[in-house]
Design a binder for this molecule. Structure first.
Ligand code: B12
Length: 213
């Protein structure tokens, strides 16, 4: 593993808000792609922080700080991913489910989708099912990506599925789920259409749905 990628992990683990920008720029200078920096540096760094939180070494304030460190890195990576004026492949609604405020994974999915030509409508975090379906109605978006990291909030996925059914739109929308606490099995249990483990999976799934639409 390259030194500079390990430095990204380390900057997140040590909550180095001032150093992360320089380190990410160094990675890009060495020819690493933004996707690689996210996958091998940022995600793995956050895993270390998560583990330390679980073991009681880090507290909530540290988790918040880790989120800030990642927030600092994102604009630098986003700039490198921007495709400029690529033709739109269609609209995707993204949201973190109701009751859950984790946004880093969702934002990464959004960055990768927009860098690959999708028009992303990001509704943010803690989003009620009704708001998601209202947005689908008013914008005509038929692809929905839901992010969930809290085991206690996964039923919010089913709420979106049920709300789409009540609105008579279940057959018209594709509901894709992802986020650390989701699985293929959970996807089936909640009645969603597909599960993606990573942001790259999200891109593949939405590309497939678009091709068959
Ligand atoms: C940073 C962080 C926070 C930050 C979030 C900051 C922010 N701006 O997002 C803050 C401090 C707010 C936070 C709060 C809490 N957190 Co927290 N947090 C984390 C941490 C360390 C990292 C999460 C993260 O960003 N990971 C990196 C991203 C890139 O990963 P990801 O989201 O999984 O996304 C990837 C894929 O899953 C996928 N993906 C994501 N979304 C989607 C969507 C689609 C459609 C698809 C296809 C794919 C996809 O693509 C991404 C890139 O490949 C994790 C530990 C961990 N290792 O996950 C804990 C963790 C998720 N938190 C946890 C907990 C318990 C909490 C709190 C309840 C703590 C508390 N006591 O208050 C609160 C919850 C508040 C709430 N109501 O939501 C637990 C959850 C346990 C569980 N399974 O339920 C974890 C696992 C920590 C732990 N080990 O205990 N947290």
């Amino acid at each position: 593993m390259k030194e500079s990628i390990l430095a990204v992990r380390n900057a997140i683990d040590t909550l180095d808000l001032d150093g992360i920008g320089t380190i990410v720029n160094q990675c890009l200078k060495e020819g690493l792609s933004p996707e690689e920096i996210i996958r091998e540096g940022i995600s793995k760094g956050l895993n270390i922080v998560g583990r330390k939180f679980e073991e009681g070494e880090y507290f909530l304030a540290d988790l918040i700080m880790a989120g800030e460190v990642v927030r600092e890195a994102m604009p630098i990576l986003k700039e490198k991913m921007n495709p400029g004026d690529a033709k739109s492949k269609g609209k995707v609604i993204l949201a973190t489910v109701q009751g859950d405020i984790h946004e880093i994974g969702k934002n990464i999915v959004g960055m990768i989708l927009s860098a690959n030509g999708f028009e992303v409508i990001d509704l943010g975090v803690d989003v009620p099912a009704e708001k998601i379906m209202d947005t689908a109605k008013t914008t005509g978006a038929r692809l929905i990506g839901l992010s969930a990291l809290l085991t206690t909030m996964v039923t919010s996925i089913r709420d979106v599925v049920e709300t789409s059914r009540r609105a008579g739109m279940r057959d018209q929308v594709k509901i894709v789920i992802g986020g650390a606490c989701t699985t293929e099995t959970l996807c089936r249990e909640m009645g969603a259409d597909a599960y993606g483990e990573t942001a790259i999976d999200a891109l593949r799934i939405f590309n497939d749905y678009r091709a068959t639409a």
